[in-house]
Design a protein around this ligand. Structure first.
Ligand SMILES: [Zn+2]
Length: 403
């Protein structure tokens, strides 16, 4: 049975559910309105999903529409096109630019032609509804609320949020990670990873310079320094008077078990994405330099090589294999991948634990004569092993292709 994927939106249910309990009438009203809008869109998506694959190629051209605070897309006016002039409306231009930057990032960095790899057109709808505190990807287009100005700013104001949503489309057209439990958390994580990379690429920031925050500009615009999520330090992105503390775990020992329901965030997809997010961050800083140059392609190739029901363990193993294929077995990239997953408490399959442990704690006083030799021997072992695994994986891929 094929499960229908829910509509993707940037604000996790654990935030909106808390805001509707607010004593402040305005906050409560805005959150309730956003929840109702989200529920309505979710119902429509079930129908629309079956047409998603049929979208005509469009040269990846952008069109931004102005909903003028209505939720009926049919009456939205064209506000900006590829050929037309800039708009006088900042939201229109912000959405247009962010759609373009995300498209250009995928093209230049991964040689991917738009979301579906076939030049899918990019349609954005701004001023969607009244003070809607959310942004949506419905499989075909992006919808942006204006926010209530208190808890949420204008949703066109964050490049990584827009790139996050569009990446849900990329994932749908590649691994199609099922949107529940661990595969769903991987789906969420892909969107944060590439969302953050688009921003780093635009700002020309190295992995060390980047803030690794998601949604800092749209979540509580009045409070500085907080964000929806932190990839660098999951669980520390916010501490909000109504919502409480950021609930993301940063390692398997803190994995959040929730039911596979809407109230359970589809099995905690927005919670546990913190774990693979942290693994990507650690890989990127472990390799150093611009994250989109090595860590990014490594993750993207792994996404393409993954299948819909893959779990964290599968994805960790895939990234390890891909690091060997792309950059050389036993090289610094593969070592960084090993150490990163080790730190979030996932042991890559088939690799001696000792190597990753030695590498992830280089300065612990336990070094000394003999340690280097042991490391060298282990590295050799890893290389031999992963050569075998790579060969095996290729055979499996070949078999799959002929199926
Ligand atoms: Zn998402």
């Amino acid at each position: 049975m094929r499960r229908t994927r829910p509509i993707n939106c940037i604000i996790p249910p654990y935030i909106l559910d808390k805001l509707v309990e607010s004593d402040d009438r305005e906050v409560r009203q805005a959150a309730l309105n956003t929840l109702l809008t989200t529920a309505r869109l979710r119902g429509e998506r079930t129908v629309r999903a079956s047409f998603a694959g049929a979208a005509a190629p469009g040269g990846a051209r952008r069109t931004v529409f102005d909903c003028e605070h209505s939720e009926f897309l049919q009456t939205a006016a064209v506000a900006r096109t590829e050929d037309g002039p800039e708009s006088a409306d900042e939201s229109v231009n912000q959405a247009f630019d962010a759609l373009g930057l995300t498209r250009d990032f995928y093209k230049e960095v991964f040689q991917r032609d738009s979301i579906d790899g076939r030049g899918m057109r990019l349609d954005g709808f701004v001023h969607f509804g009244e003070k809607v505190g959310n942004a949506y990807w419905d499989g075909r287009r992006m919808l942006f609320g204006d926010g209530d100005g208190l808890e949420f700013g204008d949703l066109t104001g964050s490049l990584e949020v827009i790139a996050h949503e569009l990446t849900h489309g990329v994932t749908d057209h590649t691994s199609a990670f099922e949107y529940h439990k661990q595969s769903g958390a991987l789906n969420e994580s892909m969107s944060d990873v590439f969302g953050s990379l688009v921003k780093q690429w635009k700002l020309k920031q190295t992995a060390e310079e980047a803030d690794w925050l998601i949604g800092a500009d749209v979540w509580t615009p009045g409070i500085g320094g907080d964000a929806l999520r932190s990839m660098k330090a999951p669980g520390t992105a916010f501490n909000h008077p109504l919502v409480g503390k950021d609930p993301q775990p940063d390692r398997m020992g803190k994995f959040v078990h929730l039911p596979d329901t809407r109230d359970g965030d589809n099995g905690g997809v927005h919670y546990n994405s913190g774990i693979p997010n942290k693994a990507f961050f650690l890989t990127a800083v472990g390799i150093g330099g611009f994250a989109w140059e090595a860590a990014g392609p490594l993750w993207f190739e792994s996404l393409k090589a993954s299948t819909a029901q893959d779990q964290f363990q599968d994805f960790a193993d895939t990234t390890f294999l891909k690091a060997g294929e792309l950059f050389g077995v036993g090289g610094p990239e593969q070592t960084a991948v090993l150490a990163a997953w080790q730190e979030v408490e996932i042991q890559v399959t088939g690799v001696p634990i000792g190597l990753a442990r030695a590498r992830s704690h280089p300065v612990n006083g336990r070094g000394g004569p003999g340690r280097e030799d042991a490391l060298a021997a282990l590295t050799k072992q890893v290389m031999t092993l992963s050569d075998k695994v790579t060969a095996l994986a290729k055979e499996v891929a070949a078999l799959k292709a002929t199926r």
